[in-house]
Write a protein that binds this ligand. Sequence first.
Ligand code: ATP
Length: 333
Amino acid sequence: TGSVTAAQRAVTGEPPSSRMEAPGKVNLFLAVGPTRADGYHSLATLYAAVDVREAVTVSFAPDLPEGHIDCTLEVVPGSLVDQQVERGSFDPVSVPMDESNLAVRAARTVIERAGGLPGGVRVHIEKAVPVAGGMGGGSADAAAAIKAAVELVFAVTGRETLVSDSLEIARGLGADVPFAMTGGAAIGTGTGAELSPVPVSSPWPAVLIADDGALSTPSVFSRLDALREQGQAVTPRDEDLQVPDELLGALAGDPGSDSSALSLLRNDLQTPALDLAPHLVPRLEELRMAGSIPIVSGSGPTLIALTRDHESARILAAHLREVGAHAVPVVLG
Ligand code: ATP
């Protein structure tokens, strides 16, 4: 991360600009409760950041009309998205460049709340996290854009944004955005936006496997509801929505806990995601046979396979790439 602020601007003559990063995420645990009166599901989740990061640069553009936001996107070389581009499975149209882009909405909200800027703004996204992959890439863009816009507003006007205001803006943009602001690992309750950070002793090695397809989060939740109505999936009661202590202990490196805690990994969206993308079923089985512990990430279709150590992650990712999959070794937390 980093930014160019007033002092450097005086030297370069460039308008101020700020570049910030935010991580993609996986859910190591995701228990989905009943549908609430407001249509959302209550849930209990254990988020872990992935060392695949989005970056967003927000620049002041005095040449553009006040209130105008221009958005551009670049794919990070070597990233999972780049592997999708090479295979022709990345559709640039899948990311809207208009006002519905989460980074644009984030920058606009921060700037308007601060009373505006005397000109337009350019938002540039460096995309590394697969789109609609269940890894919160759009949420990471929103989080990075909030931080960058806060810095930019300060550089241009000297007005400060309170941390509490930034977090409120984050919550307003999506349930996964607050976590993308903080990173690390955290329990999320409510819709996922109420966070309690949890300690991580040493980040967990894993392999991320991106899919050529995409799954929309609302359609996966709808399929879960349908399966539950048909009696093919159980609905946990609100009081059962708890991230197991043994799993938290394993993440914190509690000496009493061992790898059996990994059997507590859970994702209630996995069954409906596999229903919508059945080609993932044999892939999960292959990952199990290879000695890893795979789960669907969030609403899918990205898979995350936990491995014994970093070397195993590197070897598994290299093997998967040889057989044509998009895979990268990562660390979680
Ligand atoms: P979730 O956070 O629900 O798990 P996801 O990781 O599966 O979502 P995202 O990549 O965050 O999926 O995006 C989901 C949809 O949001 C996209 O299909 C796209 O239409 C829209 N979108 C808006 N802004 C962005 C953005 N900056 N990057 C990617 N998608 C965006």
